[in-house]
Each structure stands twice: as C-alpha cells, then as structure tokens.
Design a protein. Structure first.
Length: 179
C-alpha cells in the first residue's frame, strides 16, 4: 500500500511538472513586404528551402478565426482580436505592404520541442515556431524570391518585437493568457 501511495505521488509530481513546462500564449504576427528585390543586401546562399512537410498547419491571409488547427492546441483568433491594427495602418501609410496579419492561441512548450507552422503570405513563405525557455523564442525559416533565411529571436512576453530582413519585416507580440 505504501509503495502504491509513493508511486501515485511520484506520478502526480511528474504530471504537474510536465503541465508547468507549457503555457498558453496569444501570438500576433504582422509580416510586411519592404522591398521585393533586395539586391543591395547580402543574404547568405546555400541554405536549403524550407520544407513545408515539417509544418502541422498553414496560416494564410485568408485564414479567418477562430479556427482550430487540430489536436496540437493551436487556434487562429478572429480579426477582432488583432492588437497591431494601428501598426499595420502605419506601415501602409509609409508605403509598405502588409502581407499577413494574424493571431493565434497556442500552448507553448520547451524550446525547439514545438511544432512548426507554415506561413503562406504570397511572395514570403516558410516555417515559424515558438518555444519557451528562460525567454520566449521565435524561430523562422522564410523565403522571399528564392532567397532563404533562418532567424532566431529571444523575446520577452507582452513586448512588440521586430524581426528584420532586407526584403520583409515581421512584427511579433507574444502575450501570456491567463487560464
């Protein structure tokens, strides 16, 4: 009986640690085109194209919400929940072209253990993944006009971050959701 109680306590502890290692976040992403042909900027060659088969789901400009993307705990949010609309309008006024503006709710676990999402934004497409460590981490592997770039950014929650590229830019805000 004592052994069963000890086993139960150990199992409960393991489950609580596993549950604590993932948290729910709202991720909002605004991807915009800067220059469709950034010939003046150096972009390293020799990077293989992103592999769409690695993604568990596709986010496009036409993905409305709320849409559940399967058992992976990802839900695309409705347009009414987009907070970066003023930033999108400011980009338009500056002559830049927003290609994809979306938000989703996701259970974010340890770094590099989360699934990839495919972003399909016309001339820019590729993979993105969010991970959690001491900070939040955004991993992207995107292509523009046959040029591929991998990027990693360490972020703090609740802050707006800018991921720079010669041909496009990405504004990302990741906010913890209270359960």
């Amino acid at each position: 009986m004592r052994r069963a109680s000890l086993l139960f306590a150990l199992l409960s502890l393991m489950l609580s640690v596993q549950a604590a290692s993932a948290a729910n976040y709202k991720i909002e992403l605004l991807l915009f085109l800067r220059d469709a042909n950034p010939a003046s900027e150096y972009i390293p060659r020799g990077i293989a194209p992103p592999n769409r088969s690695q993604a568990i789901a596709t986010l496009t400009a036409s993905t409305g919400g709320p849409v559940s993307l399967g058992a992976k705990g990802i839900t695309v949010l409705p347009v009414s929940q987009l907070e970066l609309r003023p930033e999108a309008e400011a980009l338009r006024r500056q002559g830049l072209r927003p290609l994809l503006h979306t938000a989703w709710r996701q259970s974010v676990g340890p770094r590099k253990n989360n699934d990839w999402l495919w972003l399909d934004a016309g001339p820019v497409n590729g993979l993105i993944r969010i991970g959690l460590g001491r900070y939040l981490h955004v991993y992207s592997y995107l292509a523009l006009n046959g040029r591929y770039e991998e990027a990693h950014r360490r972020m703090r929650s609740g802050e707006l971050h800018y991921l720079d590229n010669p041909g496009y830019g990405i504004l990302v805000k990741i906010t913890p959701l209270g359960e």
